[in-house]
Design a protein around this ligand. Structure first.
Ligand code: PRE
Length: 268
């Protein structure tokens, strides 16, 4: 997380939402990149490859852990908006940064749920069901998508903090009553979600197009592909919207609720 963005006198919901909007671009481009390769289910199956060092997970698990180990060494996971998928990870080789305290102490990390949804539902829907042997490329794109999705979803903690500070009485009552459903109702902003889904469809349509040097659009995605040059779209628009509807928004809300459930716990 950019230190400058947390320096100051508290969290602004508008600024946090701007970050979520920017992350939409990262996520859409990440999905477009992954969709260029086949599903390659072999990379997710345990025991498909023999590892010299005796690792008995899948190729993807191996790669994910190795990437996270390197990132941990450069203190990626000390940033309050970065959460790893694997353990154990090495200590950073860089000294700790002094992040201003913005979040209440909490242990919310829903990456296991995200990983499961990504591998079980998102990749098989996004990619052609084939094996093109682009194993390293596929796993690299997977990791980029997962990191962006995880960051977006765990940003829910900052959003929840901003909402709590704006209405401490309302949330405190519901947290004390252990009423997760009511907390979720209180933090839900249906008009924000509706705008997001409309924006996402337009972005996926535009980002999925190829534009020549003279500005001609030579290829368009999904629903308008038949009006283009006949080349199939880079990404299915419904799929991007569905990904947000089914996973990204619900998981963000889950992070918000779980963070708030720990919001009144005394700090260690
Ligand atoms: O922007 C907010 O207020 C959020 O809580 C984030 C978010 C989202 O995931 O995009 C989640 C819940 C709200 O209903 C609206 C949007």
């Amino acid at each position: 997380m950019d230190l400058l963005s947390v320096n100051g006198t508290g969290l602004s919901l508008d600024k946090l939402r701007d970050t979520l909007i920017r992350l939409e671009d990262t996520i859409i481009f990440g999905l477009i990149e992954r969709a260029q390769f086949a599903w390659n289910p072999r990379i997710y199956e345990k025991g498909s490859f023999n590892f010299v060092d005796g690792f008995n997970g899948s190729f993807f698990e191996y790669f994910l852990h190795e990437v996270e180990a390197v990132h941990a060494r450069v203190r990626r996971y000390q940033s309050p908006d970065e959460y790893p998928f694997t353990t154990p990870l090495p200590q950073p080789i860089l000294p700790a940064l002094d992040y201003p305290p913005t979040l209440h102490a909490n242990d919310v990390n829903i990456n296991p749920k995200l990983l499961n949804a990504y591998l079980e539902h998102i990749v098989p829907t996004l990619c052609t069901h084939a094996d093109d042997q682009n194993y390293g490329s596929s796993a690299t794109r997977d990791i980029e998508c997962l990191q962006a999705l995880s960051r977006r979803i765990h940003y829910g903690k900052f959003i929840a903090e901003a909402k709590f500070v704006a209405d401490p009485e309302g949330y405190t009552k519901l947290i004390r009553a252990n009423d997760r459903a009511a907390i979720e109702r209180l933090l839900t902003a249906p008009e924000v979600e509706a705008r997001l889904l409309r924006r996402l469809r337009r972005k996926a349509l535009i980002y999925g197009q190829d534009i020549t040097e003279d500005g001609t659009v030579v290829c368009s995605t999904g629903e308008t592909a038949t009006h283009g040059a006949g080349r199939p779209g880079k990404i299915n628009l419904d799929l991007v919207v569905e990904l947000y509807e089914k996973y990204v928004i619900p998981l963000t809300k889950e992070v918000e609720v779980e963070y708030l459930m720990q919001r009144l716990d005394s700090q260690q």
